[in-house]
Write a new protein. Sequence first.
Length: 570
Amino acid sequence: MKMMWRYVLKYKLQFIARIVTISLVALASICFDFLMGFIVDIFSQGQVDKFLPITIMSISLIVIMFLTEYIDGLVMSNYIKNTVNYLRTDIFSKIINKDIRDFSLDNSGKYISILYNDIKIIEESFFNNIFQVISSFISFIISLIVLFSISPLIVVFITVFGILGFIIPNSLSKKLILEKNKYSTTLEEITSVTKDLFSGFEVIKGFNISSKINSVFKKSSINVENSKKKCSILESIIRGFSLSFSVTIYLGVLLVGGYLMYKQNISVGTAIIIIQLSTHIVGPVKTSISLINQIKSVSLIADKIENILENSNCNNESTSLENFDQSIKIKNLSFSYTEERRALENINLTLEKDKKYAIVGESGCGKSTLIKLLMRYYNDYDGEITIDNKDIKSIYSSNLYKNISMIQQNVFMFDDTIKENIRLFSNHTDEKVLDTCKRAGIINLIERLPNGIDSLVGENGNKLSGGEKQRIAIARSLINDTKILILDESTSALDNETAYNLENSLLSLEDLTLIVVTHKLIKSILLKYDEIIVMKEGKVIEKGSFESLINLKGYFYSLYYIQSDELDSI
């Protein structure tokens, strides 16, 4: 909860400005109470000569009250906008900077729920209520001081019942904290469930399980509403206690004020002022009890957000890599996704600049894991990976991904134009984009579309075929002229002719270090690689040129001829 105050005070000047404006609003309201008392005394005492001045004062005060409320609203809306936006973007930044392992520990629906549902709760129950409590406190103190000058007895009465009004509802606050946290958890669950169900829409329709899925969603929805109901009941009980004590205070003040007026210790107008000021005491007592408990109720939600902010990966980047000039070296590299099984074991490789490398092996042998480590998707490995003798963990991300890019088997597409999906919101010109489309073999598609490169691809590229998405992904890498290009089964969705031509064109680029994970063992292509790296069960068991590996008659020899036999039998 402590870290939340850092966000409260992020915009200190706006925070102070809000304190000033709510103080002015409170003062204007109290001035109006005095004005009512003065008006009553003027008429009750027949002071007609004061009618015009009091009328002018009334009109002036009404204008001041309008202006203070308006300015306070502007200041508050601006403060909330900036503070909530800063909190949300800070959380998003911490989430997006996690490595893949840490990110995947939670369903992405949880992150979505935190960014929208939890922050909404924080905004309503924490940020907004802080100022309401401060406003109530200011009104309470000013009114209390004025009432003390009129009658100390009233202040003693208010103090006793005010303290009781805070102590008794406070006993319910811990229960409300737990229920608010449960409500947040159920919101996370329904967000995750909804996301997963929509992602699996084709499976749901294809296997005709719509009724079962409705039951799953209904159960999650019921959990949310039940949790919300429990929170509402507890808040109602707290409000009931606060209302009871505030009404008691109000009646007590009214009785004492009436008694003083009966004894002619005060005028009718002063009695009116006492009654009006009591509303500025009763109201704050009633609202503060409820508001303070609401602020406390989000403590566990705040702790959950703080946990994300505190446990995000530390940034250890401290090394520049302007250009890739020498080699990538992998020394004694071992890595495990789980404690039970190693994905990679004691890998040692040297990948020299401008050479072409193919990584082959059966599914599950560690090919994709190896290149994920080269892309720094995971940092918790044993051994060392260096680029030009610089530890990959310490290289600035901007430098690393300027020199290395990867085309994955499952291509993600932003719901935007082809152009933006290729240049990824950078400043490349349309001419550069079109030239890259030619190199990636997608220019024919561009020419067929009415809006060309400005055509929308749909959600995750649902307006494109798998092969078209792959070629856009290839263009995405080529446009940045990266020195190291990694392909992870990237031509799997392309037809054989297109895949063959594309791989050939990449192999012909002299100033490109190419690392290709492939299962297509085509001799005419494999002959063009400088080195073929053969993996099995997380280890590199063979490496060399195509001819040397065939002559070795080892594991690669078996893989190659098994695939050749399968192709011949088709």
